[in-house]
Design a protein around this ligand. Sequence first.
Ligand code: MLC
Ligand code: AMP
Length: 496
Amino acid sequence: MSDLPFLTRAREHAGRAAFSEGGSSRKYEELVAASGRVASALLAGSADLSEARTALLVAPGFDHAAAQWGVWRAGGVKVPLCLSATESEWEYALTDAGVSTVLADAPGAAKVEPVCRRLGVRLVRLEEALTAAEAALPAVAETRDAMILYTSGTTSRPKGVVTTHANLAAQMSSLVEAWEWSREDRIPMFLPLHHVHGVVNVTGCALWSGALIEPFARFDAAAVLTRVRAGAYTVFMAVPTVYVKLIEALESAGAEERESACAAFRRMRLMVSGSAALPATVFEKWAALTGQRLLERYGMTEIGMALSNPLRGERRPGAVGTPLPGVSVRLKQENGPVVTAEGEPGEIQVRGPGVFRCYWGREEATRETFEDGWFRTGDMAVMESGYYRIMGRLSVDIIKSGGYKLSALEIEAALLEHPAVAECAVIGLPDDTWGEAVTAVCVTRPGAVLELKALRDWCKGRLSVYKAPQRLLIVPELPRNAMGKVTKPAVRKLFD
Ligand code: MLC
Ligand code: AMP
């Protein structure tokens, strides 16, 4: 059996730089060698991990990629954890995915060790794995599972999205073709690696193409702009919030700094926005500042990317273009026909080799999310002059904030544990920076006092920082329908 395609391709780029970190570069051949040692350490004498789930708690960069490839080359399934999650969020993912091993760098290991001990999960320290003796590695078929990403949805707790090696290869090769990635490309990487945007679109496509990645521990506008000015990148990919933050930084910079950064952005060959709606105002402002017309695309954890404005051709603000290579898209009315006419809304449904295999351990949820073999995204769209335009989501319980998909139900469940909260409804309200701001509408217990800052402090350690409410409204009672059920549209109206 031949090697998995990511490895074959990496070997073709052996002598080229894969990562540039701290002023020095690491080559593809080093990455291949390091991943072989990590795989050997994970195997610890066994022949094949046989799809054992192996969680990763490793900062972005060369080490993370070596860890990821190490899991894959040992025949394991990679479960990347959010670096800033709370212990209970890690515990949930480790338990739900039946993780047997956590592979962590030194800072990650220090934080996750108590959780591993409590759950009886093996902890492998990456710095030790990176120096392990090399062992024989198994042949891994493309049909085998590769990754589980946790995504929030219409259920309170996140679901694990399982993709095979073939799914990931299809997702990456589609983007590489459409956006003409090449080994000459250089890209900054500042998005989290437990989501498809960072792991597939940025890191995955770059490594697939033999390109160079410059990792950042987190998004830092000043640090990124310094490197942009130095002409470090040819390609740039981000969520809309990042462009909003860059516009703020450019507008508050001195004229000379602003001009040099804008000129450097202008020279890039491609700048992409996605993961949430890019407001037309941000598109226009970015174009006015830098001359770059952002390429907006649409995707989802379960399918990778589905729709994209063209690399060459009209990039229309507010629209997400047409299906990517190998992806089939249709609009479908709920319990009705497939929409064929322009201007008529329908749910986006997707089919293709990049579509995930299943939700981990949730057969029924997997079955329900497909209709005649098409994946139901839960997003509504309309076709206008040949391009799709996203209209919003079918579920009011899904919030997109800073590009993160959040479940209102999960946040409500946490807030209900607060001693002052008798009832609550969480919604996403439009926000210029975050796209949507997590907003809690609460009924307090008699005599109790609740303030936003105290509530946010209370959330620390219980919810990831981006799930904590940004706004709070106290009401005497929540709006309900005749059946006594809280109605979110009416909750939203409280803010009109
Ligand atoms: C952080 N903060 C938020 C927030 N995130 N507030 C509201 N909403 C959010 N979502 C607050 C913090 O509490 C903190 O407050 C302050 O903002 C600064 O936090 P930060 O973490 O330093 O912010 P920053 O680093 O600037 O983060 C912005 C960001 C980040 C946009 C870089 O949110 C991010 O990486 N988002 C990307 C998520 C992503 O990759 N999604 C893709 C999913 S895949 P205080 O009070 O402490 O100062 C997908 C499919 C597809 O969607 O199509 O791609
Ligand atoms: P996630 O589950 O985190 O992968 O998020 C996927 C969701 O992000 C989609 O279902 C959409 O709701 C949203 N999304 C991604 N790209 C766009 C876009 N360009 N415009 C609007 N929404 C988007």
